[in-house]
Design a protein. Sequence first.
Length: 211
Amino acid sequence: MNIYQKLAEARQKLKEAGLKQSGNNKGVGYKYFDLSDILPHTTKLEKELGLLSVVSFSDDEGTLTLYNTEDSNEKIVFTSPLRGAELRGCHPVQNLGAAETYVRRYLYLLAYEIVETEALDMQQGEQPQGTRSKTVQAVEAAVEEERRKKQEYSKARKIQDLIKGTEIQAEEITQWIENNLGARKKVNDLSDEEFNKLYSALERAIREDVA
């Protein structure tokens, strides 16, 4: 079997295994799959089918690479953004570990299409029209926050890419924002309209320098 056939087989067998959720988020009232619920099953299946999953992290994302052990050229890559955790009373390294553990769990859910049914079920059914459970609200808030962070990150990255190789310094950009937008803001805090003004101004400055 090629790697896609093996992964399809593994997903089917996991569904038939009837995984149990041992994680319990008391704050918003739903259960979830902990890594200890998932890894014993995936490790066994990978050994049986000739697969190997390897998780790695960069500064901004986690990656799960699934290899075909019978053909090392065959692989499937799954990624997820890595965001910092801020747990009270914890050392930064502990916060990093917490974030990596969460992303690692999510990568396995993604790769093997494991659905946390109880959390999803709470979004449906007998809720009065116009109301949402705390779980749904928490999920929606998390999705919106992730969308916002991705958007902000892309703004900063666009500016970095634009000025790369030029003599424009970050301090000059900060000063331009203060002089032209009336406030001392970071690039990530700019509205889309303000960002477009900044980007256009930098493009003009770069063209003038080249000319």
